[in-house]
Design a protein around this ligand. Structure first.
Ligand SMILES: *Cc1c(COP(=O)(O)O)cnc(C)c1O
Length: 343
């Protein structure tokens, strides 16, 4: 290993250890092999990291980020966790749970129309006591202006909101996935296994930013492929570089170049965010029937469809050790009953 890398590793390890973090996730999450699903596609070395099993109010990737974000909210003596997401946001649900656990109120903006009843995650947001406003979809600049105005008005009323950007996709939040790479490299050592390729869904990009930063530090032979479920490759390329840079600052690292470390695919989104695709649905059904593992139509189904297609077209080799990050999202399936039919 070269000296620069060894130095960065040491620096990052020390900084990660020192950053305030509160327990929220059940860790380590299981690392499992998927022989039956893999064999459907000729993949002989396919693994899954079960971050759907992080435990926080039905689990998912946001629990890892919230360990750092909620610690920061406690340090800042905030009283209300405020965040936003889609109507079926898993991030909103887990933020509501984290708020309960650490004595915060929780306020959510859900972008989209108010549905009938309380489908999927909305039931859980409600059970967890969050107050919810439904907001019309708007562009990024308008949304940011609304957020700023809202935070201003709250502060003027003497409230102490802590704002968590969408998906918790910030430098601090991404530390959850830098730490996950440390956890993973320990698990791989125990199994005497090397992973060549990690595949994840991209929503805010925070998870991928943490994975890329973590791999560059602790698993430099491993590449990370991100499958967009919403925006374009160009958008994510810039956004993820920004979050990585924020992450480097959190860790006290000098900036280095990551331009060759980002592999981003936006051809599996389908019509738009939140709209199921036939390929995603097929991946959901095949994974359920071959492994008994549930994934969802919004994130993990599309990401798995991407993995399978990248294997078909040769970007992923048949015998290459591949790890799919199961980022969660299972509660959302209860808002998509119409996709499934009784036998
Ligand atoms: C939020 C989310 C993602 C995307 O993670 P980001 O860090 O926001 O990119 C993927 N899968 C599920 C199930 C999620 O809830």
């Amino acid at each position: 290993m070269n000296e620069l890398l060894a130095h960065r590793q040491q620096q990052a390890q020390k900084a990660l250890f020192e950053i305030h973090r509160v327990p929220l996730a059940h860790l380590p999450t299981p690392l499992e092999k998927m022989d039956r699903f893999g064999s459907l596609y000729g993949l002989s070395n396919l693994w899954i990291k079960r971050d759907d099993c992080t435990g926080l109010a039905m689990g998912g990737n946001k629990a890892r980020k919230l360990e750092f974000l909620v610690a920061d909210a406690l340090d800042k003596k905030a009283e209300v966790l405020f965040t936003l997401g889609g109507v079926q946001s898993n991030h909103a649900r887990m933020t509501a749970a984290a708020a309960c656990r650490y004595g915060f109120d929780c306020h959510l903006w859900l972008l989209g129309d108010k549905p009938n009843g309380l489908p999927g995650n909305l039931l859980l947001d409600t059970m967890l006591g969050a107050s919810v406003d439904f907001m019309p979809n708007m562009n990024d600049a308008e949304l940011q202006k609304n957020i700023d105005d809202y935070l201003d008005s709250q502060r003027k009323q003497g409230k102490k909101p802590y704002y968590i950007p969408i998906g918790g996709g910030t430098g601090l939040g991404s530390m959850g996935y830098v730490a996950m790479i440390q956890e993973l490299s320990q698990q791989l050592k125990e199994k005497n296994l090397e992973i060549k390729t990690i595949v994840t869904a991209l929503g805010s990009g925070g998870t991928m930013a943490g994975l890329v930063l973590g791999c560059k530090l602790f698993m430099p032979q491993t590449r990370v492929l991100g499958i967009s479920v919403s925006r374009t490759t160009g958008y994510f390329h810039n956004r993820i570089l920004e979050v990585i840079r924020e992450g480097e600052i959190v860790l006290g690292l000098d900036p280095i170049d990551y331009a060759d470390d980002l592999f981003i695919y936006d051809q599996y989104v389908g019509e738009c965010y939140g709209k199921p695709t036939p390929e995603g649905l097929e991946a959901i059904n095949k994974l359920a029937l071959s492994e008994g593992i549930l994934i969802d139509p919004v994130y993990t189904g599309k990401a798995m469809a991407g993995l399978v297609d990248l294997a078909r077209e040769g970007t992923i080799a048949a015998d290459e050790p591949v790890l799919f990050i199961h980022t969660g999202g299972v509660p959302a399936i209860f808002a998509f009953e119409d996709l499934f039919h009784l036998k």
